[in-house]
Ligand binder design. Sequence first.
Ligand code: 3PY
Ligand code: ZN
Length: 632
Amino acid sequence: PFLINLINHKDFLEGKCTTRFIDENPNLFHFSRRRDRATLIMRFMGDILVNGHPLIKEIPKSICRRKAPVPAADRKNPRPKGSRDLLLEMGPKKFTQYIIEEKKLLLTDTSFRDAHQSLLATRMRTIDMLMITEIYSRNHADFFSLEMWGGATFDTAMRFLMECPWERLRFMRKLAPNILFQMLLRASNGVGYTNYPDNVVKAFIKQSAESGIDIFRVFDSLNWVTNMKVAMDAVLETKALCEAAICYTGDILDSKRTKYTLGYYIKMAKELEGHGAHILAIKDMAGLLKPYAAYELVSALKSELKIPIHLHTHDTSGGQIATLIKAAEAGVDIVDAAVGPLSGLTSQPNLNTLVEMMRFHKRDTGMDFKALGLLSDYWEVVREYYAPFESIQKSSTAEVYHHEIPGGQFTNLFQQAHSMGLAHRWHEITDVYADVNQLFGDIVKVTPSSKVVGDLTLFLVTNDLRAQDIVHSNKEISFPTSVIEFFEGRLGQPTGGFPKDVQYRILRGAPAFTERPGANLPPVNLDEIKKEVGGRISKSITNEELMSYLMYPDVFIQYAEHRKKYDDVSVIPTDVFFYGLPMNEEVALDIEEGKTLIFKLVAISPVNAEGDCTVFFELNGQPREVVIANRK
Ligand code: 3PY
Ligand code: ZN
């Protein structure tokens, strides 16, 4: 088998091997039998039936197993021309000019990313996205963009869903080549929670653009422009659009809040434009930008900048559609919204409603009511699959103006609190969150700075401490690592600096950085790590997988082991993935083009003396069984 592996190796065939070839290719020694993918996937499905899915603590009373209705589309004719076709045709400069001249209010649909990040703890799976992507491309080529990648989706895809984020991107790209794909990038924090070395950030961006991203929304969690430049420069080296963000916090209309004023935002926006941004984003991650403030901010930005403006908000207060409308009146070019069933509360405002509210106005989006309704019908059913991940929040709330928790953090923080047995203390948690923000000197709160505030909040609540106790008591406290690192300056510098007394207390007088964190991180040897990881998982890895490893080393290894053990579980429909296949029912899995596996569940044996169950299936009509250790 070694020889067969060797003579089939691409580099060997091309005569490119050196004397180190064998050392550099550990996979040559990987003489695996031809993997029987069906058996591996069957093992996963058997495990779910016997032990349940580890993410599902409580099976919902009624499990939704309805197929989400996919609208009809004309698949015979070429796809309509979309925003991506225009960008490729015109290039960034002309394209942004076209945006500015366009009268219509342009729309980004966040359903594939922020909407489920904010409502369903980012648990939406690739299969539910792929089923509808082509419909977007054929029936909805009038969207400005689909926000469908980045933020927390990268981490959760591997950590919880056991699927590859890059495959999601590439498969969606294939199905919708005509609409712009947009991602959220945390500047030097990539799609992670910490600053990465500059060469990692650059390599990640280059790979993301090659794999299909057209617009990078780049933001820094402390609005520290110094920390955004490496990422912005790297985007500007690709053919993609660089959309740089000002993160909005506070209230520009409140004259008592003197840190985050209109002048502060204008100054930052001009700096970003000066650094080459193609588009400016107003990233209102918690939904604090009130309608009249939006009117002032957008009007001022429109008169000060030459680049288009793209507004993002969250509807936690219930009033943010008014913000979008006032922003449209002030001339905002593009706004984010989510299709009805994935909108509202901590997600974006309702896209279908916004379209109707703008109907017959001079900035009418021109989008079709019925076609959008059909998208809603699809997402409505999909949301039901994820019932266990819904947050407790049933209604919109003005409380957000007090706690300022970003929409994308809200459900995650709640899930965390829930798993720590603190769900019943949720309102206390949101109060402490607001206190911790004040303790930190009123910072911009967005991933990862918001995670630091969240970590300290949960720490204080579990230890029955108050934010004020930190400075005023001499008690020995072992703070969460993220809090120590934040005060060490590892995420960067907050506006106005760190409060000195709090910093002294948390670092116990140890010194902190004041320069850009990435400037102190040595570059990573990408080739060496690639080989090392290949050795660890006995399989050579792609550049995309290398990026996954660099962002999340342990999570990637755990995901890769899972994939080796169970193959690609992303092909399993969501109801079967989370809740198991019902008895005597069939499921068809398309494991690759032209290859379908049809599984039917026939029986599950009682637990035997060894603690195992046997699960009996029919696979494409043939009896198959799998023995599963009962861990319950
Ligand atoms: C993220 O970084 O994931 C966000 O959604 C920030 O708002
Ligand atoms: Zn958001």
